[in-house]
Design a protein around this ligand. Structure first.
Ligand code: NAD
Ligand code: 0WE
Length: 263
């Protein structure tokens, strides 16, 4: 029996078979969890339904996380299928594309700042609030995805770095808020992975090349490697962990200088 047997998980953020959320969904399914999915726009609905079916799920709801109404609706609808929920995975980020290229100070705007923080950080709290009643009394777990640009200045990540810093603080405050209800809240800080969110980012290929030279493992991480850690963090195996930011980055965050530069 898998270590997520009898667990029910809502996965927010599958857009393609390269999505980190898809790696999470596959790992959770393998470990025995029952899954439900949301999709951002109607355009993505057929794709979401196809992905759901490959992990034996027929539960898919629309959810733009910028809308409280749509977030509330997800849990109203879910109530018709499940009597409770154990896991919510938040794998969503957005900032206006123009603000992810060039120097931070040359690109940041009041509007872009607000949108980035709303969609990439506040939405995690919004999901936690809306899902709280269905999660109570069952060793629940919330998980989100972050990036090291939250704590180090990285070229071009810009306002997203500020939004991820907010998201990571969000993890700590949600952990403190929900601890008394035995709901744990954690994040994975993943290394760069070529997903839709990374496509069209200027210099992304060069960034991955640099990263592969820097990291102890000498290679990038995969969505399946992130998915395995996600499944663990949301399982009872991690019952003593909350408020934690766990790096799944081939060791990037611990390196000062790579030996490879002396070769
Ligand atoms: P992805 O494009 O596959 O997923 C991003 C998801 O965000 C998509 O499903 C998209 O529909 C969703 N989204 C954006 N705005 C939304 C909104 N308003 N409402 C609902 N959904 C919305 O890319 P990904 O790389 O899998 O990104 C998932 C998470 O992983 C993000 O939080 C990202 O910051 C994080 N992350 C990515 C990397 C990387 O290099 N790819 C590294 C570390 C962390
Ligand atoms: O979190 C991310 C990307 C999130 C993201 C991606 C987009 C592209 C499309 C947020 N908003 C948008 N808006 C769009 O219009 N990553 C960790 C991947 C990423 O993005 C970068 C990176 C890395 C790594 C942007 C600049 C520099 C590095």
């Amino acid at each position: 029996m898998g270590f997520l047997a009898n667990k029910r998980a809502l996965i927010v953020g599958v857009a393609s078979d390269r999505s980190i959320a898809w790696g999470v969904a596959k790992a959770m399914h393998r470990e025995g969890a029952e899954l439900a999915f949301t999709y951002q726009t109607e355009k993505l609905r057929p794709r979401a339904e196809k992905f759901a079916s490959t992990v034996e799920s027929d539960i898919c709801f629309p959810c733009d996380v910028g809308s409280d109404e749509q977030i509330d609706n997800v849990f109203k609808e879910l109530d018709n299928y499940w009597d409770g929920i154990d896991i919510i995975v938040h794998s969503v980020a957005y900032a206006p594309r123009e603000e992810l290229n060039g120097l931070y100070l040359d690109t940041v705007t009041r509007e872009g700042f607000a949108v980035a923080h709303d969609i990439s950080s506040y939405s995690f709290s919004a999901l936690a609030r809306a899902g709280r009643d269905m999660m109570s009394g069952r060793n629940g777990a919330l998980l989100t995805l972050s990036y090291i640009g939250s704590v180090r200045a990285m070229p071009g990540y810009n306002v997203m770095g500020l939004a991820k810093a907010s998201l990571e603080a969000n993890v700590r405050y949600l952990a403190q808020s929900l601890g008394p209800e035995n709901i744990r809240v954690n994040a994975i800080s993943a290394g760069p992975i070529r997903t839709l969110a990374a496509s069209g980012i200027r210099g992304f290929k060069k960034m991955v090349e640099y990263y592969e030279k820097m990291v102890p493992l000498g290679r990038s991480v995969t969505i399946d490697e992130v998915g395995n850690v996600a499944a663990f963090l949301c399982s009872d195996l991690a019952s003593g962990m909350t408020g934690e930011i766990t790096y799944v980055d081939a060791g990037f965050n611990i390196v000062g200088m790579s030996d490879r530069f002396l070769e």
